[in-house]
Design a protein around this ligand. Structure first.
Ligand code: NI
Length: 228
């Protein structure tokens, strides 16, 4: 059981370089690398304490981000989602109850996505085709089901493990060291240590800009030439 869990973890969640790309072309791990553009993504929110702090930080930095939100949290905090959209951030679907999709039925997967889409639309009037499966969990049939529903699975290629106890300085250094043009960075503001992630963002955005990177939403990154 432990071995199976470890294998699933490695296949789906991956290490610092993101999930293993074992199904080429079925999910997105990064954008085109021709331009020095990066997308910061924040999962599991909205969170009633940490998300407002993150939105304040991003507003002060005039930096766009992409939030992969959990539908149940959206229903609990719709105003925070409206604030995200009003500030020019992008929203993506992170399921309704944060489930590991490969172990769920197709009917359950469909409900997890549909309930979250509806929560986002009810809160903001915005619809999204971006999905980040929780823990990066995906299987061939999961990806087929997402594609059949017109969804794009968005993973990441930079994971600083911001939930595992590092300081804001260390998180900033990790991301700055690992990003390359087109990178998608995975972070979490909606966790116990969300305050550390927010503190890291305040350092990280100026640092990335000093390194010549432009921050854009995931859709803008994937679109290549389009403005954020
Ligand atoms: Ni998550």
């Amino acid at each position: 059981m432990l071995v199976a869990a470890a294998a699933a973890y490695l296949l789906c969640y991956g290490g610092v370089r993101g999930p293993v790309d074992w199904l080429d072309g079925r999910s997105v791990h990064r954008g085109p690398g021709q331009r020095r553009r990066i997308a910061l993504t924040f999962d599991d929110g909205p969170h009633r304490v940490h998300t407002p702090a993150l939105l304040d930080a991003l507003a002060a930095l005039a930096a766009p981000a992409t939030f992969f939100v959990v539908g149940a949290a959206v229903d609990a905090n719709p105003a925070l989602c409206r604030r995200m959209v009003a500030a020019g951030h992008e929203l993506g679907n992170h399921t309704y109850t944060h489930r590991y999709l490969p172990l769920r039925s197709q009917a359950r997967l469909t409900r997890e996505l549909a309930f979250t889409d509806r929560a986002i639309e009810d809160a903001t009037g915005v619809s999204t085709s971006l999905v980040r499966p929780p823990w990066g969990g995906r299987s061939p049939w999961t990806l087929r089901a997402l594609a059949a529903q017109g969804k794009r699975a968005v993973l990441w290629d930079v994971n600083p493990f911001d939930w595992r106890g590092a300081s804001a300085d260390e998180l900033t250094a990790r991301v700055a060291r690992r990003v390359r043009p087109g990178s998608i960075v995975l972070m979490h503001e909606a966790r116990d240590r969300g305050d550390v992630t927010v503190a890291a963002v305040r350092q990280l955005v100026p640092r990335l800009r000093a390194d010549g990177y432009e921050l854009v939403t995931v859709s803008a990154l994937l679109a290549g030439g389009a403005a954020a």
